[in-house]
Design a protein around this ligand. Structure first.
Ligand SMILES: [Zn+2]
Length: 70
């Protein structure tokens, strides 16, 4: 199903952008579209929170591994 608004992201594209954001800086246009979608969508913000939680967990895990190796 296509969203009824033009120039806005689907949830699938939003999820892809949020994952890409973990690896690279997004251009301003994509960041803006992402924020816009998160503002109007009910499903994506919880997913973003999950991603942020996951990212923090990964950061702690990396710190742990770094510390362990030294
Ligand atoms: Zn969405």
């Amino acid at each position: 199903m296509k969203p009824p608004y033009p120039l806005k992201l689907t949830c699938q594209k939003t999820a892809a952008l949020m994952l890409a954001r973990e690896d690279r800086a997004l251009p301003l246009s994509e960041r803006a579209a992402l924020r816009l979608h998160l503002a109007i969508c009910a499903a994506c913000p919880p997913f973003e929170r999950q991603l942020l939680t996951m990212r923090n967990a990964m950061k702690q895990w990396r710190t742990y591994v770094d510390t362990d190796e030294r």
